[in-house]
Design a protein around this ligand. Structure first.
Ligand code: ATP
Length: 288
């Protein structure tokens, strides 16, 4: 038996860090939404008690370090499942990019093994399991658009953004999320207006949404990697309605209401940056 799951990438429309908690995590407020750039996950039931990970990508480990493996293992251990699973990951989302590719694969595996092993867990139970794997996994279990609080695992569903185009540019640099958070100096710099972003989604106002994109981690990554600043500049010059770094980077995205404008931004980035994508905003909950 086979089960197929789509694992879409997310972007942060806003990312705010409120304070550092006693447990070492940062208390955050993030508005996240899914985009039409996705890994494809195929799960095959195995009678033997094993988890096999397969992927053609040379950037992800095919063993217990893979977040997809950890998701399957967590479900097996929690619900004493004796069957096994072979997980094939078609990797389309750039790795270590700020797009939650690994988290989305893990979330897709949680949804997938739930169906494959007929466990009948509800989506909230799957999201709660997801929070044990990583801070972004709960959001990815639901998909769509949401406010994520706590360390990212407390999810409040929000309306999808107005339809628009998203251009993504990922420079060939590695950014460690842990380093960026470590270097972040809370008090300095501007904070995004999260309430105004939420209001923009609730009333479906694209301009208000664009006016309120913001990410407090951006200044840290810009300082470390000047190329990210150049990409931002290039996108703004090409007429983007909004430009922002996603997560801890290094991917920068721009939003454009008009397809011709999005195409112009895309063309201006080609050759300037290794990986460039032009996709639609997704924003609603639909994962399979
Ligand atoms: P986030 O936006 O949540 O910070 P990210 O997009 O920056 O995530 P990922 O693509 O999820 O980062 O990868 C981060 C690290 O996790 C990589 O170093 C990679 O080797 C490891 N990893 C483990 N499993 C996976 C997977 N299935 N897909 C991608 N990376 C994975």
């Amino acid at each position: 038996m086979y089960v197929y799951e789509k694992a879409p990438a997310k972007i942060n429309l806003s990312l705010d860090v409120l304070y550092k908690r006693d447990d070492g995590f940062h208390e955050v407020e993030m508005v996240m939404t899914t985009i039409d750039l996705a890994d494809r996950i195929t799960l095959e039931a195995l009678e033997e008690d094993q988890i096999i990970i397969e992927s053609e990508s040379r950037f992800v480990p095919n063993d217990e370090r893979n977040l997809a493996y950890r998701a399957a293992k967590l479900v097996k251990d929690t619900y004493q499942v004796e069957a096994g699973v072979r997980i094939f990951i078609e990797k389309n989302i750039p790795v270590a990019a700020g797009l939650a590719g690994g988290s989305s694969d893990a979330a897709a595996v949680l949804r997938g093994v739930n169906r494959l092993w007929k466990l009948a867990l509800n989506i909230d139970e799957l999201a709660s399991l997801g929070s044990e794997i990583g801070s972004d996994v709960s959001f990815c279990v639901y998909g769509g658009t949401a406010l994520a609080k706590g360390r990212g695992e407390q999810i409040v569903n929000l309306p999808a953004p107005p339809a628009c185009w998203v251009v993504l540019a990922k420079p060939a640099i590695g950014v460690s999320t842990a380093t960026v958070y470590k270097k972040y100096q809370g008090e300095k710099g501007e904070h995004p207006n999260t309430s105004s972003m939420i209001e923009a989604l609730e009333i479906g106002d694209f301009k208000q949404l664009c006016d309120n994109v913001g990410n407090v981690l951006e200044s840290v990554t810009l300082e470390l990697h000047p190329k990210v600043r150049q990409i931002k500049h290039q996108m703004a010059q090409a007429g983007a309605d909004a430009v922002l770094m996603s997560g801890s980077g290094p991917t920068v995205f721009s939003l454009a209401h008009q397809e011709t404008r999005a195409q112009r931004i895309f063309n201006s980035l080609k050759g300037f940056c290794d990986e460039v994508y032009l996709v639609r905003m997704l924003g609603y909950r639909s994962n399979t």
